[in-house]
Design a protein around this ligand. Structure first.
Ligand SMILES: *Cc1c(COP(=O)(O)O)cnc(C)c1O
Length: 401
């Protein structure tokens, strides 16, 4: 009999009991605002910032209202303003070009390789067009960070990292987010820690972080931060930096701290799910898996593969056949943006020059979530279904075309 998968691709695990208890304590005392503290109290938000900074080895950390807010704040703190051009990935999600556009700046898209990382040759060719690169580690695929940083240095590019998909990940042992001037993380429900909405910003740069803290809406209470630069760093900036309110509150921080303490274990679980899918798709005809290199310490909370050069109707058929058997796949090549999959050419506010190599990759790119409510056995079953359905469509004619 034909197997059907019955799990739900959008079901998260519950918040850990310790997080629920901490959240209830915050609700009982009522001081949800991060700056509403009693003498000597360390509020949840300041504690989270301190713990997150320590976990990645950053000097400073700021917790904010969302990942997208973290991106826009980082850009602004690094001096991006209206009319500026900012290099960023053509393969990313809408909040990334959106953060650039929110400042009145303009994204300049850089292509993607078949390995699903930023095309460093295209970056080198376009480096002269901007002063800042907002690098998105999209779907957890990490490019050669040594080469990327050398390129940024050679061209005088300020690097900001979007680590929405790489919390807990590293390149050669050094966490993502620590390679440029600022690193941005999201704690939105579909990411590696879940507070509904939320973001974290890290930096070793005192001036940029002081600016970010003031931007986030610290009023003159920045001395209540712990993972923050010393008061001198704010002395002049506090007169010059607008308040663009976007703080995190103690309730969200309370549920995040136990998740942070457990992050390494969760990352290992995600990678076990990823490994189960990947093993099940080995040597599957017609399908291209993504190669990963030793230096890439990835955390795979989703899985991608390519149906390179397949006609669109055949890809549609694979998606429909898998869906019928309970396996929810998303396609970055669909004509119209759907769900979370939009493409650089769907963002009409940001003019883009066609990139044929990038288009070829995106036209074949299939994406699947792997929530931690799945088991490795679930993932093996999902792989069997994908393998069978891709194989059936492949044999029915794609191979012959
Ligand atoms: C989710 C996401 C963001 C933004 O995070 P939010 O917390 O949802 O604002 C940024 N970049 C990428 C690649 C994302 O997937």
């Amino acid at each position: 009999m034909e197997e059907v998968f019955t799990g739900t691709f959008t079901q998260q695990e519950p918040i850990p009991e310790a997080g629920i208890a901490a959240a209830v304590a915050v609700m009982r005392h009522g001081r949800l605002h991060r700056y509403n503290t009693t003498p000597g109290e360390v509020p949840e938000v300041a504690a989270l910032e301190e713990e997150f900074a320590a976990s990645v080895g950053a000097a400073y950390c700021l917790a904010v209202a969302s990942g997208g807010y973290a991106l826009a704040t980082a850009l602004r703190a690094c001096g991006v303003g209206p009319g500026d051009r900012v290099l960023t990935n053509a393969f990313t999600l809408a909040p990334v070009p959106g953060a650039i556009a929110s400042l009145g700046a303009q994204p300049v898209f850089v292509g993607v390789t078949e390995g699903l990382v930023i095309d460093l040759d295209d970056l080198a060719a376009k480096a002269g067009q901007a002063d800042v690169l907002l690098l998105s580690h999209m779907r957890g695929h990490i490019c050669d960070m040594d080469r990327l940083v050398a390129l940024c240095e050679a061209h005088g590019l300020t690097l900001i990292e979007d680590c929405a998909h790489t919390m807990g990940a590293h390149w050669r042992g050094r966490p993502t987010g620590c390679w440029g001037r600022m690193g941005c993380f999201s704690t939105q429900t579909y990411k590696h820690m879940n507070s509904g909405e939320g973001g974290l910003l890290i930096s070793d740069d005192a001036e940029a972080m002081a600016r970010a803290i003031l931007l986030s809406g610290s009023y003159m209470l920045f001395d209540r931060h712990r993972a923050a630069p010393p008061p001198e760093a704010f002395a002049q900036l506090k007169y010059d930096t607008p308040n663009v309110s976007g703080r995190m509150d103690n309730l969200r921080a309370a549920i995040l701290r136990p998740q942070l303490a457990d992050l390494d274990r969760q990352c290992a679980r995600w990678n076990a799910l990823n490994a189960a899918v990947d093993a099940g798709l080995a040597e599957a005809p017609g399908l291209t898996r993504i190669d990963r290199v030793e230096a890439e310490g990835f955390v795979a909370s989703s899985y991608q593969f390519l149906l390179l050069d397949w006609p669109g109707d055949a890809i549609d058929a694979v998606l429909a056949r898998c869906a019928r058997r309970g396996v929810e796949l998303k396609w970055f090549g669909a004509a119209e943006p759907q769900g979370f999959t939009s493409r650089y050419d769907s963002w009409h506010y940001a003019p883009a020059t066609p990139m044929p190599e990038t288009d070829r990759v995106l036209r074949g790119l299939i994406d699947m979530r792997l929530p931690l409510t799945f088991t490795p056995e679930d993932c093996a079953q999902i792989a069997r279904i994908i393998r069978a359905e891709v194989g059936a469509v492949w044999q029915a004619g794609v191979a012959a075309q």
